[in-house]
Design a protein around this ligand. Structure first.
Ligand code: FA5
Length: 334
């Protein structure tokens, strides 16, 4: 076969082989075979060099075309293979990406923020206290000595060294009275723990809002006005009714329980619902904190935040709030 025919056949074979290459490894082997330093094209180029001058004029363009055809066949195949590699890196067998679920603020946290906002507006400081409390702050400094029957209503989880999970946020009152002198205006929002039977309005872990104000000439009118302002602002309605019932708490005198009702509301909230305990801080409690009750007086209250949240959103079972069911909680996303 003369050189022109050999070049022709090298071109056809090479272009076909390159087109059939399955991956870049196979292509590299072909590149060495055809275009390498000792490859087939090099061998024919040497044969071309041995041709006489006038044959070179005819064969030159054929050699050029063959070289060009092979090179561009390799270049095209190389880019086709790398495109395919990129496409393959998307694994269509993987499960589709989950839709991004946006979290939302828990309804209790939302109402807590609202309560804080209202109290800050009335000049109260927001403070905190420990969940694991000492007996003296939870009980004895609040006029509940060791043998007092009021302890029975506050059964809780006890730890060593007389520590307990606090049963009410009133413990923070005792802590503040032991450290600070009036005027005092504080609000505490935090978890409390009790051995209570769980039902639609009771849980064993719940949240209380404790507020207290100690100053000169403070009377029950200030207490009632503060409660009305707060409850109506948080529930965002002016028609909420409040009812005070005389009640006993060893750390206040007089003491009250406050029920609320939303007139015309269907179900539980059209009826009176107990929301909080309150009263004028007992002189013994002030004295235990070295605050002189002949100069200062004050009020305190402890409100169930879950119950306030239930009123705010018309939720009729407290267990809903801690059930962690996102489908229901998302209804209250703000
Ligand atoms: C107290 O805890 C007193 N420390 C409140 C207080 C503070 C009185 C300051 C006077 C002065 P009581 O046990 O009633 O009181 O609880 C207060 C409120 O917490 C209740 O009105 C209710 O709204 C809520 N609460 C009480 N027990 C539970 C419970 N098991 N689950 C959910 N909320 C509760």
């Amino acid at each position: 076969m003369d050189l022109a025919a050999q070049l022709q056949s090298l071109r056809d074979q090479g272009v076909a082989a390159v087109a059939a290459a399955g991956d870049s490894d196979e292509l590299e082997v072909l590149r060495v075979e055809y275009l390498g330093r000792n490859g087939k094209l090099k061998a024919l180029s040497k044969a071309f060099a041995d041709e006489p001058g006038e044959r070179k004029r005819t064969l030159g363009p054929i050699l050029g075309e063959t070289t060009e055809a092979l090179r561009s066949a390799f270049a095209d195949k190389m880019s086709a293979l790398s495109r395919a590699d990129e496409e393959e890196s998307i694994d269509i067998t993987l499960p589709r990406q989950q839709q991004q679920v946006r979290g939302s603020i828990h309804p209790i946290t939302q109402v807590a923020a609202e309560v804080e906002r209202v109290f800050c507006g009335m000049g109260f400081d927001v403070i905190d206290g420990p969940h694991i409390e000492e007996d003296q702050f939870n009980f004895s400094l609040l006029n509940i000595p060791d043998d007092h029957p009021a302890r029975d209503a506050h059964d809780t989880f006890w730890m060593r060294h007389g520590r307990l999970l606090r049963t009410h946020t009133s413990a923070v009152q005792a802590r503040v009275y032991a450290q600070e002198q009036p005027p005092l205006r504080k609000v505490v929002i935090g978890k409390v723990f009790r051995y209570d039977e769980v039902d639609a309005t009771h849980d064993t872990t719940f949240t209380q809002v404790e507020g207290f104000l100690i100053d000169r000439d403070i009377h029950a009118g200030h207490l009632v006005a503060t409660l009305k302002t707060t409850i109506r602002a948080v529930l965002q309605r002016d028609d909420v009714e409040l009812r005070l019932r005389p009640s006993f708490f060893p750390f206040v005198e007089p003491g009250f329980e406050v029920d609320v009702r939303i007139p015309g509301s269907p179900g539980r909230f059209g009826q009176w619902v107990e929301l909080l305990g309150c009263g004028m801080v007992h002189p013994e409690v002030l004295r235990a904190g070295n605050i002189d009750p002949s100069i200062y007086s004050g009020f305190a209250f402890g409100l169930g935040l879950e119950r306030l949240t239930m009123l705010r959103h018309g939720i009729d079972d407290i267990r809903f709030l801690n059930a962690g069911d996102l489908r229901s909680l998302h209804q209250f996303a703000s």
